[in-house]
Design a protein. Structure first.
Length: 399
């Protein structure tokens, strides 16, 4: 019996709320962990950078397994790795536990992140409702950020960073029962005709210029998100602002991202997805530049957070929808996982390079300007992408 679409979308959104919400809150632990262990910010940043890198590197493999056998078991295993990684961060050591924790969290995110979860939703939804369904599932990450940041901040204040991370790890185990809501045969969920081979799907995508433009452009999204999420709390603390401002700012990102994710998914049903992506990255570049040139205050932080929130995960339904539109949905989790690999290379650099540059120069200014420049580059890269279904993908789209 086919599962109702709303169940798949709800469980997918709830899993992403937990995984992305708590991942977004890890920046709150940068300062207390660095001070307590007597380490520079680069050690924590490297652990978070490795998290992003492993997340991206394993996403195509997790996606391929989910495409063949279903997403339920993949998501359950991912949830276990995620919780284990959070627990590993609390172990004693000279910084090695930060790397181990980052590796485990990254491995977990490959199973409960965008490629596996959105691939399931993309197959379950009919083409005319796909973009909006993807937007609703991605919005789960925004709701999670809205809830996880104040939750994490409260726990951090009440019990400290070590016990706090253990409590968050226990909370993340809720992903295991939720994974049952996205379990099932991917063939049964897909409405498409005969499936092409995995090798054929890879050859089709890798031989297409648009696939590489999309991949390279998505690199910038990862750089932006990792830099802001991990380093904004420390950046504001350097200017003497109280911790509540960073928590409020990142929570506002989550609130406005609920609007942005759904709105981008809705717009993607009516307008060119690649043109919307170009405009989105251009807007990000302008926001970064404005944040740098205006005087820093509580008001400007709130305005920056709201503006970034509208554009935060709006890239995800547009990018995953574009992959489905061009190449079909039979291997959507695997192909979007490959595109997401570029995103996570950007995430690694955004997290690690910002910490390295700060330890070297004592300032984040260079990274802020680099973020603006990369936004402009990504806007240019998305514009020439062809949205027309190609090869086997064209046959599947017509099925």
């Amino acid at each position: 019996m086919t599962r109702p679409l709303w169940i798949s979308v709800f469980c997918a959104g709830a899993i992403m709320a937990l995984s992305l919400g708590f991942r977004q809150s890890l920046g709150l632990f940068l300062t207390p962990i660095s001070l307590d262990l007597g380490l520079g910010r680069g050690s924590f940043a490297l652990g978070m950078g490795l998290m992003n890198l492993v997340w991206g590197a394993l996403s195509p493999f997790a996606g391929a397994i989910a495409d063949r056998y279903g997403a339920g078991r993949v998501a359950a295993l991912g949830g276990l790795c995620y919780a284990g990684g959070l627990a590993a961060l609390t172990l004693s050591g000279q910084g090695g536990q930060l790397l181990m924790g980052g590796l485990l969290i990254g491995a977990g995110l490959s199973g409960v992140g965008f490629s596996v979860i959105l691939g399931t939703v993309g197959r379950a939804a009919p083409p005319e409702r796909r973009s909006r369904a993807l937007g609703l599932a991605a919005m789960g990450g925004s709701i999670g950020q809205f809830a996880a940041l104040p939750y994490s901040h409260l726990i951090l204040d009440l019990v400290g960073w070590q016990t706090g991370l253990m409590v968050i790890a226990a909370t993340c185990l809720l992903m295991l029962p939720l994974s049952m809501g996205i379990a099932g045969s991917p063939r049964a969920m897909s409405e498409e005709g005969p499936r092409q081979s995995l090798r054929g799907a890879l050859a089709e995508a890798c031989g297409d210029r648009s696939f590489w433009l999309l991949n390279t452009g998505f690199f910038v999204c990862g750089f932006h998100l990792a830099f802001v999420a991990i380093h904004l709390p420390a950046y504001l603390a350097d200017f003497g602002f109280a911790p509540w401002l960073a928590v409020t700012g990142l929570t506002i990102v989550g609130i406005f991202n609920m609007i942005g994710s759904y709105g981008c998914g809705h717009l993607g049903e009516r307008y060119s997805k690649k043109n919307l992506l170009s405009l989105l990255y251009l807007a990000r570049a302008l926001i970064f530049m404005a944040f740098l040139v205006v005087p820093l205050s509580e008001t400007t932080v709130i305005l920056f957070s709201a503006a970034m929130g509208l554009l935060w995960l709006g890239t995800v339904p547009l990018t995953s929808g574009l992959v489905a539109q061009i190449y079909g949905t039979s291997y959507l989790s695997m192909l979007f996982g490959l595109v997401f690999l570029g995103h996570q290379f950007g995430g690694f650099l955004g997290a690690w390079l910002a910490g390295y540059i700060y330890d070297l120069l004592g300032s984040y200014d260079l990274i802020w300007w680099a973020s603006a420049a990369l936004g402009l580059i990504s806007a240019l890269l998305h514009w020439p992408i062809s949205e027309r279904p190609i090869g086997r993908g064209e046959e599947l789209a017509a099925a």
